[in-house]
Design a protein around this ligand. Structure first.
Ligand SMILES: *Cc1c(COP(=O)(O)O)cnc(C)c1O
Length: 454
């Protein structure tokens, strides 16, 4: 009965050797990022106190393909390719004519796709003589990935971890410390940005925006230290296209091509990673593909936010970027998909959404966990709560196919495993998980924090 294997791999010599840069193909180019103080377009040298030159170049490059350095390719081989899996058992359970595939990024040592960019970021920083990396982490996945990558290149690593996650996820902290990183709950008393927040609200549970401010301040005020970001920026998304490039080769092997591509969307990097190499075919060759970014209803950046210039962090230290945003003051409710709690979104994903090339959907956390368990109980893998957002919409689309009698090909990204998220599953299984909704007043208030830019 089975026509293709459960898992499709690639051999080492078939792995992609270049990343795909969608800036080469976008119908409308990105609006330039602005300096947070002068509000003029930033110059590359404005970013050099916190990023290595190679990454700044990638940030603005219009080259379609960018070579993956040999050393990075070698390290990728520790865990890549990630398998492309056919979800036969889920299909059967749903009684759908759709063919469902997922790319499983939980096979990386950090348990999510984030290591795909952590490795090249550590590599380029090492190359330029940097000794320490400072970063923030929400749910802990990015901090784990950067801790591992930093250690691979002999760099130190300081992680400002959003306080609510620090409290909810002690094992994530221990994982980072196992790789030698220093983990600090944010807001912390060690930076000006952290102290300011603590003065206003000593019980602040933190947010990604606040933690970013702290990490950037750390990098700016220490010469041998750079900053590393796990999502949102163009170079991060560039690195994550390894996911979609592999998926394309894997699907070619079995003579398949997706009709619908789905990824959960926090800052946008795993969604972009799996979908952009296919969107290239949509933009250049008119392929009929739907790409759907899935976000939590509690932090509905694309579906309820505004396309505007806004700061990337709460303390207004980062450049002002054109993106979908809920306002840099927005502190989303403490949902369990911590990796999706960011007020903004990748400028690349935002521009493509604005131009109608991709779709977005917001879903509630109870239905997300319901889908997560349906998936775990059919396919066997326990997904990260973030990834389960993509599963929820994949299931919805598969059911729609059943109702319409259409045998579409659905591809989604399973961005990570959920074995560090058992606290979240405990809440769901004990029936204490709530669907949290931001209030309209809070959203209205927070949208007001978006700066006026002519
Ligand atoms: C960080 C993370 C996300 C969200 O980040 P994106 O940049 O939107 O991909 C999603 N899933 C997992 C498992 C993560 O670790």
């Amino acid at each position: 009965m089975r026509r293709v294997p459960y898992r499709i791999y690639l051999s080492e010599n078939e792995l992609p050797t270049m990343w795909y840069n969608i800036q080469a193909d976008m119908p409308n180019p990105l609006k330039p990022p602005l300096h947070p103080v002068t509000k003029k377009p930033i110059r590359p040298e404005d970013l050099s106190p916190i990023f290595p030159k190679a990454l700044i170049e990638q940030e603005v490059s219009r080259e379609r393909y960018i070579e993956i350095p040999d050393e990075v390719q070698e390290l990728y081989k520790l865990f890549r390719p990630s398998p492309l899996c056919r979800a036969y058992r889920l299909e059967k359970q749903l009684d759908t004519p759709a063919r469902i595939y997922y790319k499983y990024e939980g096979v990386t040592p950090s348990g999510s796709h984030k290591l795909n960019t952590a490795i090249p970021q550590a590599y380029y920083n090492k190359l330029e003589g940097i000794k320490r990396l400072a970063t923030e982490t929400g749910a802990g996945q990015w901090g784990s990935a950067l801790s591992i990558a930093a250690k691979m290149f002999g760099l130190e690593c300081t992680v400002y971890m959003v306080k609510v996650s620090y409290q909810q996820k002690p094992y994530r902290k221990l994982l980072m410390e196992s790789y030698g990183a220093t983990v600090i709950p944010s807001p912390s008393p060690y930076t000006e940005a952290g102290r300011k927040i603590l003065e206003q609200n000593p019980n602040s549970l933190g947010s990604l925006g606040i933690a970013i401010s702290e990490a950037v301040e750390d990098a700016v005020s220490n010469d041998n230290t750079n900053y590393a970001l796990g999502s949102v920026l163009n170079h991060v998304i560039l690195h994550q296209t390894i996911i979609g490039l592999e998926a394309k080769l894997q699907m070619e092997k079995i003579d398949e091509y997706p009709d619908i591509i789905i990824g959960c969307c926090g800052g946008g990097s795993n969604f972009a990673g799996i979908s952009f190499p296919f969107l290239m075919d949509k933009i250049r060759d008119g392929k009929n593909i739907r790409a759907i970014a899935v976000e939590p209803a509690a932090c509905p950046t694309l579906t309820k936010g505004r396309f505007a210039y806004d700061y990337g962090d709460t303390a207004k230290m980062t450049p002002i970027i054109m993106m979908y945003t809920l306002g840099h003051d927005f502190v989303p409710p403490a949902i369990h998909a911590g990796g999706l709690r960011y007020h903004g979104d990748s400028p690349l994903v935002s521009q493509l959404y604005h131009d109608g090339l991709i779709e977005a959907r917001a879903v509630h956390q109870k239905e997300v966990f319901e889908s997560a368990l349906l998936f775990a109980r059919t396919e066997g893998l326990l997904p990260a709560p973030e990834s389960a957002h993509a599963i929820k919409v994949a299931i919805d689309e598969a059911i729609r196919c059943r109702e319409a009698g259409e045998s579409k090909v659905i591809l989604f990204n399973l961005s990570g495993h959920g074995y560090f998220d058992l606290g979240a599953y405990e809440s769901y299984l004990s029936n204490t998980l709530q669907d949290v909704e931001y209030s309209d007043e809070i959203l209205e208030e927070s949208l007001k924090s978006i700066p006026e830019i002519e």
